[in-house]
Design a binder for this molecule. Sequence first.
Ligand SMILES: NC(=O)c1ccc[n+]([C@@H]2O[C@H](COP(=O)([O-])OP(=O)(O)OC[C@H]3O[C@@H](n4cnc5c(N)ncnc54)[C@H](OP(=O)(O)O)[C@@H]3O)[C@@H](O)[C@H]2O)c1
Length: 435
Amino acid sequence: MTNSAPLNIALIGFGTVGSGVARILDTQAAAIASRAGREIRIRRVVVRDASKPRPFLPAGVNVTTDIAEVVNDPDIQLVAQLVGGVDPAYGYMKQFLAAGKDIVTANKALIYTHGAELFQLAAEQGRTIGFEAAVAGGIPIISAVTQALTGNRILSLEAILNGTSNFILTRMLDDKHSYGDVLKEAQALGYAEADPAMDVDGTDAAQKLVILTRLAFSTSVALNDFVRQGIDNLELLDLQVADDLGYKIKLLATARLNDGRLELSVQPTLIRKDRAIAQTSGANNIVAVEGDAVGMVTFSGAGAGQLPTASAVMADLIDYATGRTAVTFQSILRSAQQPSLPIQSPDELTRRYYLRLNVDDRPHVLADITDVLGRNEISISSVRQDETPEDRADGDARLVIMTHRTNEGRFRAADAELEKLACLRGTSIRLPVAE
Ligand SMILES: NC(=O)c1ccc[n+]([C@@H]2O[C@H](COP(=O)([O-])OP(=O)(O)OC[C@H]3O[C@@H](n4cnc5c(N)ncnc54)[C@H](OP(=O)(O)O)[C@@H]3O)[C@@H](O)[C@H]2O)c1
């Protein structure tokens, strides 16, 4: 134990993450005080409904619905902001900073949307913001990029950052279920939100990639700067064909230095099965970072959940108590002042592609399609069409084409022509193949 004065904190939100923080503090108090150099004491909790029972809280903690009680409490130095969504969390953050309080948060949406402004505000007030839990839950990727790997020029970042999508892709292939059926299961198990749109359309992963790109490459990007594609149009057949060919399909977020420019994308991607990213299953996350000095380092584990996310929040609380946050936060602010890297145009992305087309099961279809690809200088490496099952409701054939390396721009031109072909039915899928 230690003789230093306790660190008084407030928890804003006591749901999955907030209760996890209280649980760790309740069960590990002495060890945490020893690591932090002082006791970390929850003094107030702000929630929507103060009448609900709140486990793991020490006796005497004030539970309220009024954030003014935290704003106006001079004994609270640090606020753990664990309410989701942008509003009202954004307004709360500004009030806490204006009142001279430091902040720790797990709120990715907030850091993505208002991070730059809030960091600036914190800097002006001489305050700090810790946000380890905002990206990849329990995986300490923020501290890796802002502390442990700062001796490197980061060359690339490849990651699975959305557990819901990864859970769905894993279960589709393992259980031979359709996308729709597994999505329902994910919702029933609590892995997917009632409205899962941002998870499955790639937005959540893209927002996390934007946060990591700011830190790893000192470059601010907007979602529209790069290709973003979700998993919602994938069929079980895509996963099975990829599997036969030696690949897993994963929702891959990539940021890579390419001739001094930054190449970014979030897309379902075919990844060779022997790679750790391909082997990341269920709701887990993984981040592979390549530094010019260290080479490739890989972090994987739980990207969400009560205790994994609380683990990341606790690390921020302890860093604050020891004074480490102040040092790291200054370094993050200085890094944000570095000149941004130019962003590569999405049309220049150059990879091999997997193309699955739903087509009429009749002669000349293949010739029509290969003609379009050929005229757009897209070279085919293999073509596959399995027999159409008698019981397939739509009666269409599924044609899978693997291409040699080509670029996104050529394919976008070809897409426009393919769409006009009378033989095409429904939604086609085009996915990159990772090197
Ligand atoms: N859950 C995860 O695995 C995970 C992982 C990484 C990051 N995060 C992020 O962590 C944050 C919290 O997530 P969570 O899963 O813990 O959420 P949650 O379980 O829904 O809990 C939210 C908490 O916030 C309180 N709250 C909601 N609106 C409020 C308001 N206007 N004023 C005061 N309190 C309010 C709720 O109060 P009541 O209890 O009274 O309803 C509840 O205690 C989110 O930003 C989320 O994206 C979560």
